[in-house]
Every structure is written in C-alpha cells, then in structure tokens.
Write a protein that binds this ligand. Structure first.
Ligand code: SF4
Length: 320
C-alpha cells in the first residue's frame, strides 16, 4: 500500500527562558492511504506537537530541528507559506478538542464554511452555499440554512464540533488530523461524532490521524496505534496486537487505566503512579524509568532503542 504521510526522525523544539526544549524527539511513523492511526499518551507526551509539526503550525517559539515530513510524495519543508496554507484545509484538515479555537467568533458559520469552500474548491458563492448546506446536512445538522446565519458562540459544543467536521471535510482532504475531537463532549455526542468520522472515512477514503488519551476510542477507530511517552514513541503496533499483547510497561498501565464508565475526560491515569517528566528535565536512560516497576540500573542509565518484535509490533524497552 502507498504511504500518504511519512514522518522521519522528527525532532521539534521550543524556545524557553532556559534555552531550547525538545518536545518531540526522533519520532518516525507512516500512514497509508485510507488508514486510521491512533496516537495515544498523556498530556505533554508530544502527540499534539507532532500534529502541529505536520501542519507547520508551531508558532514563533517552535521549530522542526531535525527530520523530514513527506506528504503524498512532497517534502513539506520545501513548500512556501502560501503553498502550505493551500495544503492545510484542502489536502490536510484538522479538528481540535475545542472548536472555538479554530472557529472565528466574529463571523457567522456560513461565512466561515462558504469562504473555506470557495477558497479550496474554486466554486462561486451560490454553488459554495449549496455545498455548505449539503455538508451541514451530512454531519447531522437538521436546520442547515438557519445554522449558516448563526455565530459560533450560539451553538452547543457538539454542534460546533459538527460544524468543524463539516468545514474539515468539505474540501475532501486526504488526511484528517483529529486532536482529541470528542474530549469536551458528552458520551452520546461523542459516539455520534465518532460514527460520523467513520462514515466520512468510508465515503472519502481519507486517512485519519487520531490523537487521544482515550484507548477506548482508539480501539473503536484505529488500524494502527502509536503510544508516545515524554516526546518519544515507546510502542507501535496494529490495534489487535496492542490490545491483545501490549509490551511496554507504559502501554500496559494505559490499558489498565481505561475508565470503566467511559465518562472520564481528564488525563489522569489510574494504573500508573507519578506524572510525565517535564520536557525541561527529561530523565536519563529510559524516560519512563521514574514510573516503571521493572526499572533496572540499565534503564536508569541507558536509553533503549525501538526494537522490532514482529513485523507490526515495535517497542522501546530493555525488557525485550
Ligand atoms: Fe521500564 Fe526499563 Fe522498559 Fe523503561 S526500559 S519501560 S524502565 S523496563
């Protein structure tokens, strides 16, 4: 199968008062056409910075220090800001946990949706409006014409997320990056949004990069899973292997901490004591050793490499 996205040894750093800090360190992975990949880990593990690096949305303080990102055969580092802007929205779309961060509060939903469609699909205003109504209907909005005239703050969180999905998918992107797309929503709306993403994936054949701390969502949606800890990939496997036979102690802890009620929206993990180390003070050796019950002297001093256990299963741990 062809790779749509290839990330090679990505290292992303941010400027801070105390010098550069590395938020993503030597991260490599591939997403094939039509594949859904789940990226999981606690807050601060580097999963969102990975997606912002792909989108070239790191802000003034962040930069890609090392590595390459190839999208559909193009090295993203070689694109101008204008080319990148066209790529975002048209070829790569993104939805966030809180749609208000991407919806402009001073413009109506219609204005934002229709303008996006006009920019990327080269349609006239009338056709763009019809297409906007069609997209809103598709994401389950029952009064699309009325919603076009509304401002974002008048809609519920679930409605705003539906609008964001409509905007993201209107231009038929090849890759949808969804960063905690359902975290702020209640369980019923969460299920509706996930069904919607599945339906649209089936219809358009898009690849999805799903960033979440919720392994339940990953089990439902993903073909492949990447587990990140402290800026690095610690385990990568197809979804069945990861759930049937998790190898890394951190992954095992994550699986034990799946809340039974399904309504826990925070990043606290009950199976793993301690917290993710600060990116300003990464421990030597295996970065998980401060929380790992199997840690040895070797773990404290030497960093393990990602090791291939089977063709679809890789782990970064001295136990293997
Ligand atoms: Fe635990 Fe050592 Fe494996 Fe790190 S390398 S996860 S400390 S056993």
């Amino acid at each position: 199968m062809d790779n749509l996205l290839e990330v090679h040894r990505l290292q992303t750093v941010f400027r801070s008062d105390r010098g550069d800090v590395t938020a993503v360190d030597e991260v490599s992975f591939k997403i094939q056409l039509g594949e859904t990949i789940g990226i999981v880990g606690e807050s601060g593990c580097g999963k969102s910075v990975t997606s912002l690096s792909i989108m070239s949305l790191l802000g003034k303080e962040g930069r890609i220090q090392q590595g390459e990102i190839w999208f559909n055969g193009t090295n993203l580092a070689e694109l101008s800001e204008t080319e990148l802007r066209l790529l975002r929205g048209k070829e790569i779309a993104m939805i966030f946990q809180e749609p208000m961060t991407s919806l402009n509060p001073v413009f109506t939903i219609g204005n934002q949706l229709i303008e996006t469609i006009r920019l990327h699909m080269k349609l006239n205003r009338k056709d763009a409006k019809s297409y906007a109504i069609e997209m809103l209907t598709k994401v389950g909005i029952s009064r699309p014409e009325a919603i076009l005239k509304e401002y974002p703050h008048t809609l519920s969180g679930g409605m705003r997320q539906r609008v964001m999905i409509a905007i993201a998918l209107a231009c038929k992107p090849k890759l949808l990056i969804a960063d905690e797309p359902t975290t702020a929503l209640d369980v019923t709306v969460q299920a509706q949004i996930l069904s919607l993403m599945k339906l649209l994936r089936e219809e358009s054949g898009a690849s999805i990069m799903l960033i979440t701390h919720d392994l339940g969502i990953v089990a439902e949606m993903a073909d492949k899973v990447i587990v990140m800890y402290a800026g690095q990939i610690v385990e990568e496997a197809d979804v069945y292997s990861l759930f049937e036979e998790p190898l890394h102690p951190y992954t095992k802890g994550l699986l034990q901490s799946i809340p039974g009620t399904g309504d826990d929206n925070n990043d606290r993990l009950f199976g793993i004591p301690g917290t993710v180390p600060s990116i300003q003070r990464m421990p030597q050796g295996c970065r998980f050793h401060t929380r790992c019950e199997y840690a040895t002297e070797q773990c404290v001093h030497e960093q393990p490499q990602l090791k291939t256990i089977s063709p679809n299963h890789h782990v970064k741990c001295w136990l293997y």
